[in-house]
Design a protein around this ligand. Structure first.
Ligand code: PGA
Length: 252
């Protein structure tokens, strides 16, 4: 059985005070959520404080990115994966479409960051997804399998336990336009097949594949009813404790 993950990606939102206020409100609302792992990804500067305030709770922390470099060194502006771990992160999101689109992140950078994160003891939420133009051209699967192949390059079989894939069609992120549960399921099943061919059917069976793109309290249950959807990466609707808690508690 794959334990679902519901992760909130806070992007570049919230001062430290707002982040603390939100997690303190969230904590009791998700305290009984044993059916899934709950994760939030605050900005770097809030991670330590938020992690301290969440100690002993069932909410885990993710970074939103990390350096390609494993070791500390002269890399101005970068944050190493081990530094995220050091301040309480368990996960890191890598290759989010906003990083690919606006910060020129390539598959080879995604691969280096992923390897750095795994070496540092973090688990990786690796994002993949096609643009609207790519979907309309009928090349969505090629794009996604290319991103997967590039990002997973160089990993060993034991590293795969630390990989979670998030399928986030770019046309659904922040647009209010969600993929239908069937559209998402189709791509998730495809991702699992690619993973099985590339690695092994055992690894593919264990792989958790999250859906992201305008996930809301009113569409989460439909998405989660699909066999290959193992959770969600939630942007806008994770910013408020009550809407994120409703998504986490989609079964009740
Ligand atoms: P959204 O963002 O839920 O606001 O569409 C999802 C994401 O970017 O991870």
């Amino acid at each position: 059985m794959r334990k679902p993950i519901i992760a909130g990606n806070w992007k570049m939102y919230k001062s430290l005070g707002d982040a603390v206020e939100t997690v303190l409100a969230l904590k009791p609302l998700v305290a009984n959520a044993n059916h899934c792992e709950v994760v939030i990804a605050p900005v770097f500067t809030a991670i330590k404080t938020v992690a301290d305030r969440l100690e002993g709770s069932n909410i885990h922390i993710a970074g939103q990115d990390c350096s390609t470099e494993v070791e500390e060194g002269a890399h101005t502006g970068e944050v190493a994966a081990f530094m995220l771990k050091d301040v309480g992160a368990k996960y890191v999101i890598i290759g989010h479409s906003e990083r690919r689109q606006f910060y020129a992140e390539t598959d080879s950078m995604v691969s280096r960051k992923t390897q750095a994160a795994i070496k540092s003891g973090l688990s990786v939420i690796m994002c993949v997804g096609e643009s609207l133009a790519q979907r309309e051209q009928g090349i969505a699967e090629n794009v996604v399998s290319g991103q997967l192949g590039g990002g997973l390059n160089g990993l060993t079989a034991s590293d795969l336990d630390r990989i979670i894939v998030a399928y986030e069609p770019v046309w659904a992120i922040g647009t209010g336009r969600t993929a239908t549960p069937e559209q998402a399921q189709e791509m998730h099943a495809f991702i699992r097949r690619v993973f099985a061919e590339r690695h092994s059917s055992g690894a593919a069976e264990k792989l958790r594949i999250l859906y992201g793109g305008s996930v809301k309290p009113d569409n989460i249950a439909g998405l989660m009813s699909q066999g290959d959807i193992d959770g969600a990466l939630v942007g806008g609707a994770s910013l408020k404790a009550d809407s994120f808690a409703q998504i986490v508690n989609y079964r009740s």
